[in-house]
Design a protein around this ligand. Structure first.
Ligand code: SF4
Length: 610
């Protein structure tokens, strides 16, 4: 019997054998892992025969999961979650994408795609309502993401949603992104390289269906009406609607947490050149994810020398990575580089970190380059970017990411990453919630798992400089909510209005599962702990829940005072976090925790000793 809120099918595609099989999603699986991140994590571990597999080998598994809110009337309820073993970090990899793909999956009845193997020649997956086929992608291989989308739209007609990789993914750049609707990306952790390693250029879904099933449609409608009111009244959400995330650049500089000059400062002297007042005049419209009334993406067009035909939606993280870390003070140059990266299929956060690291390495005489590499020099950065994408000369080493490049160059001491993932735009020395956020996020340095910056800026758990138990409790709760946002799904800008009560009421009205909040928290802990088990089996231990040396040894100045992270702050936060999660003092989930969460049964089923 079909489950309200679900498409109903899990589709398994083996690109080596071209086999496509479909199975029904069971009620138990839906209830225990919900969708999106939860469902994707379960399916990754269930289908990854060998957890020690090389992430770029045909044995890696790419799961793309939808969730019960996708394609419904729920505002901000739109995301698809990509789960895989990361070629950048070698551990759990995950990336979440807005746009429309999650909704299209739902409308064609697919809760998850499980993609294994490697096609002999470039292929793309085409899902046309109930028909699924593999098609040659030789005519689009080598093309940028924009052109790829253009060609597929022309070829396949209307009502299409596409995920695609660009040359970076094809060339196995370890931080290659998956692009969608030109300006959206599943950026982090190298999902684009996983697709490239499988000779999978794109996935296109075509459907004119829009029906979804609800357990109690009237109840959903009532809650949705309330949510629309809250969206209009919430100043934080309205600020995203007016200026998008670029509106945050000024605040980050004024409050002194804007990483600058490869993590050596927390304020960019020329920040006024890259704030909304400089960018806003180029806005010609807005873009939105399916059904979202916020429409936070500010669509920019620039046509003034030396830049022509620049079209992009610019985000805070890209402005930080290129403007802050590389000290580029021309917003037009940042927009241009953003467009290049979107078309190449590069994660702009890691991309900006890699470029700034290369400048530091060059200036310290450790990296030889035929072109001078320096701060605030978009020309040399564009030159280097192309070499990275093509894996030419020094670009080949830098395409491995900061951690691997730093090992080769003998620059581990200056490299900024956690577990191999380069951080986004929040310096933990002056935004202390980010200490734990970076240290324990299962995919490496990430702001969107524990959302420490949100806690800090909202004054939760004792404020931005607090590192005590009350802060850790807030962060665990935010992480649990975040796991649900990525599983239901809900865009994380919805965090201001989607509290536990709203999530429970909506989820019950959509699915009829009759959850209580305690069960939701248990599910979040199950998903979190299962990912920890996977990472521990891959060698992660307490020593890896650590921050880069520079955050602990080098100070930054803010408001006349010097700041760093102390060992005591980090250790206290870690110990409290482990305790709240039911892990031992070394960060290993205890037997009791595994049993309470039902993970011991799963591990036995999968033949995993822990
Ligand atoms: S707020 Fe922005 S990112 Fe979130 S769903 Fe709406 S348009 Fe997409």
């Amino acid at each position: 019997m079909s489950i309200p809120g679900y498409g109903g099918k899990i589709v398994k595609i083996n690109l080596t054998t071209s086999s496509i099989t479909t199975e029904d999603i069971s009620r138990d699986l839906a209830r225990l892992f919900v969708g999106g991140k939860g469902l994707g994590t379960y399916l990754l571990l269930e289908n990854l025969r060998n957890w020690n597999v090389d992430p770029l080998s045909s044995d890696n598994v790419l799961v793309i999961a939808s969730g019960p809110f996708n394609g419904t009337m729920i505002p901000l309820g739109i995301r698809a979650t990509l789960v895989f073993k990361s070629p950048l970090t070698g551990i759990y990899g995950e990336s979440v994408i807005g746009g429309s793909f999650g909704a299209f999956m739902k409308w064609v009845g697919v809760d998850a795609l499980v993609i294994t193997g490697k096609a002999e020649k470039p292929m793309y997956i085409f899902i046309d309502d109930d028909r699924i086929e593999l098609r040659s992608a030789e005519h689009i291989w080598g093309k940028g993401i924009f052109k790829t989308e253009d060609i597929l739209h022309e070829e396949l007609g209307k009502n299409i949603s596409i995920l695609a990789i660009g040359p970076a993914g094809e060339n196995l750049v370890r931080f290659a992104a998956v692009g969608h609707e030109y300006y959206r990306q599943a950026g982090r952790c190298g999902g684009g390289a996983v697709m490239g390693s499988k000779n999978l250029k794109a996935i296109a879904i075509k459907t004119s269906r829009r029906e979804v099933s609800y357990h109690d449609e009237e109840r959903v409608r009532d809650i949705v009406l309330e949510l629309h009111k809250k969206i209009k009244e919430n100043p934080s959400i309205q600020s995203y609607a007016a200026r998008g995330t670029p509106g945050f650049v000024e605040k980050a500089n004024v409050l002194g947490f804007f990483p600058t000059k490869y993590w050596s400062k927390v304020r960019f002297e020329k920040f006024k050149n890259i704030i909304w007042e400089s960018l806003g005049k180029y806005r010609v419209g807005k873009r939105t994810c399916y059904g979202c009334p916020v429409a936070c993406h500010q669509y920019i067009e620039i046509n003034e020398p030396p830049y022509a035909n620049v079209k992009v939606t610019l985000e805070y993280e890209t402005i930080f990575a290129l403007g802050g870390l590389c000290e580029i003070d021309d917003i037009r140059a940042i927009a241009y580089m953003n467009m290049l990266m979107d078309d190449y299929g590069i994660d702009t956060i890691t991309g900006g970190n890699v470029l700034a690291f290369a400048i530091e390495a060059y200036q310290r005489g450790k990296l030889k380059s035929e072109k001078e590499l320096k701060y605030n020099d978009p020309d040399s950065m564009c030159w280097l970017l192309e070499r990275i994408v093509k894996r030419v000369d020094i670009g080949d080493l830098l395409a491995e990411g900061v951690a691997k490049a730093a090992n080769v160059l003998g620059l581990k001491d200056i490299a900024v990453h956690v577990k191999g993932l380069e951080p986004p735009g929040y310096d933990p020395r002056t935004l202390k919630g980010m200490i734990l956020s970076y240290a324990v996020s299962p995919r490496g340095a990430c702001h969107l798992r524990l959302m420490g910056y949100h806690a800090d800026l909202m004054g939760l758990g004792g404020g931005r400089f607090s590192t005590g138990k009350e802060k850790v409790e807030v962060l665990v709760d935010l992480e649990n909510r975040g796991i649900f946002y990525d599983s239901l799904p809900v865009c994380k800008f919805g965090r201001f209005i989607f509290d536990w009560d709203v999530m429970r009421d909506l989820l019950n009205a959509v699915t009829g599962f009759n959850y209580d909040i305690e069960e939701l928290r248990t599910i979040a802990n199950r998903i979190r702990t299962l990912i920890r088990v996977f990472n521990v089996k891959l060698g992660i231990k307490k020593e890896n829940d650590y921050l880069p040396r520079r955050f602990l040894k080098e100070t930054v100045e803010y408001d006349g005072k010097m700041y760093r992270v102390t060992e005591e702050e980090l250790n206290n936060m870690l110990n409290t976090y482990y305790e709240l999660r039911g892990w031992n003092s070394k960060g290993i989930p205890t037997e009791d925790t595994l049993r309470k969460l039902g993970i011991d049964t799963l591990l036995r089923k999968w033949g995993i000793k822990f």
